[in-house]
Design a protein around this ligand. Structure first.
Ligand code: NAD
Ligand code: UD1
Length: 338
């Protein structure tokens, strides 16, 4: 069975993907500097699957460390999650984001080319679409310059990978444009564990529910949406993890660089998320309406038909499952992996 290098595999989406890879029989080598994660997630992945993986602590910006991984293991393909993702921090410290996300990705493909490994699945984001596009967003729609530096790094890496693939037909690259990943593994043993104050809606909701934060601030209730709050396409992290396996299978059989949206195709408003969370989990979530957040759009959801048709992927979980599973993780692990 193929050997997959998973950069950033100790993180939220990476750890869920490792489970699916191990369950499908792949050999997994995780390469992560643990800057935003804990090795405990990987211990739990191995517990859940009753299979072992190899963990190498290292930084994708370090050529020697990466080259050594390729020398020591005969890697068939790479799934590249490693990167920084805090939008606010990316505004304050752009160079750290350019370095980790852009320079780190360049170093990774250099090491891959040196080792003659040309199959890559990259974590991109719906943030790369021009904000004037009307949802459902499809892959042919124009990209725009994202409003924050984090999103900007995703756009730049997508473009670099497209040019790299155009320059050498050996490359086979999947750009997976994630919408809003939420939820956790059914066991509740692994999940999202953001450091500091969460930027994203779901971890903020669960931290209010568990008593770590006083109340949710809902950013704006005057959007042109069903109830005035922002609409997004939430996707269960296990469905997202499975999309990586489908993309990997696709890429192991064809060449070139291709983008796929990974979302459910359904939009939910912030109030719908909050209300559904309260209903399915029986826990109140205190909230207040505050001003809109800079850079937010009213509505963003996917046209996922290309992924469904070409990858043979189909999301299995709805919003209720996502909210139950997020809470199951948070209540079992009120302080995350600590
Ligand atoms: P995460 O922070 O939980 O995981 C990222 C992992 O990468 C962490 O384990 C971190 O320690 C590691 N890492 C960071 N910089 C590294 C470096 N220089 N060298 C080696 N390892 C490094 O984040 P996540 O939510 O699992 O996201 C995974 C990927 O998906 C990221 O690239 C992220 O930008 C992208 N993405 C995430 C979302 C989301 O909402 N979670 C949405 C779109 C795209
Ligand atoms: C955000 C980032 C995007 C990034 C993505 C994944 C911005 C402008 N966009 O997307 O670049 O790719 O996360 O990391 O930061 N909300 C609240 N209160 C909160 C948090 C969020 O009301 O405390 C609302 C937001 O206004 C939005 C929705 O909840 O309407 C979802 O927000 P979030 O989870 O941050 O995701 P995005 O804004 O879609």
């Amino acid at each position: 069975m193929a050997k997959i290098l998973v950069t950033g595999g100790a993180g939220y989406i990476g750890s869920h993907t490792c489970i699916e890879l191990l369950d499908a029989g792949y050999e997994v080598i995780v390469f992560d500097n643990l800057s935003n994660s804990s090795e405990e997630s990987l211990n739990r992945v191995q517990d859940i699957t009753q299979k072992s993986l190899t963990f190498v602590q290292g930084d994708i910006r370090n050529a020697d460390e990466l080259d050594r991984v390729f020398e020591n293991h005969s890697i068939d393909a790479v799934i590249h999650f490693a990167g920084l993702k805090a939008v606010g921090e990316s505004q304050e410290k752009p160079l750290i984001y350019f370095d980790n996300n852009i320079a780190g990705s360049i170093q990774l493909v250099k090491s891959m080319a040196k080792a003659k490994v040309y199959t890559l699945v990259f974590s991109s984001s719906a943030a790369i679409y021009d904000e004037d596009n009307i949802s459902p967003l499809n892959e042919q729609m124009p990209t725009g310059i994202p409003s924050n530096n984090y999103g900007y790094t995703k756009l730049i890496v997508e473009q670099l990978l497209q040019k790299l693939s155009a320059s050498n037909p050996e490359w086979s690259i999947a750009l997976l444009r994630y919408f809003n990943p939420v939820g956790a593994h059914k066991s509740g043993r692994i999940g999202e564990d953001p450091q500091g104050i969460p930027n994203n809606l779901m971890p903020y909701v669960t931290q209010v529910a568990v008593g770590r934060r006083e109340k949710l601030s809902i950013y704006g209730n005057d959007y042109d949406t069903v109830d005035g709050t922002g609409v997004r396409d939430y996707i269960h992290v296990v469905d997202l993890a499975n999309a990586h396996l489908c993309a990997l299978n696709n890429r192991l059989q064809s060449k070139g660089c291709r983008a796929w949206n990974i979302g459910t195709g359904n939009g939910s408003s912030v109030l719908q998320v909050k209300d559904t969370f309260e209903q399915v989990n029986g826990i109140p979530v205190a909230f207040e309406f505050v001003a809109r957040r800079a850079g937010d759009v009213a509505t963003s959801f996917a046209d996922n038909s290309r992924a469904v048709a070409e990858l043979g992927w189909q999301p299995q979980y709805g919003l209720e499952d996502m909210l139950k599973d997020s809470w199951n993780w948070q209540k079992q692990n009120p302080n995350g992996y600590n």
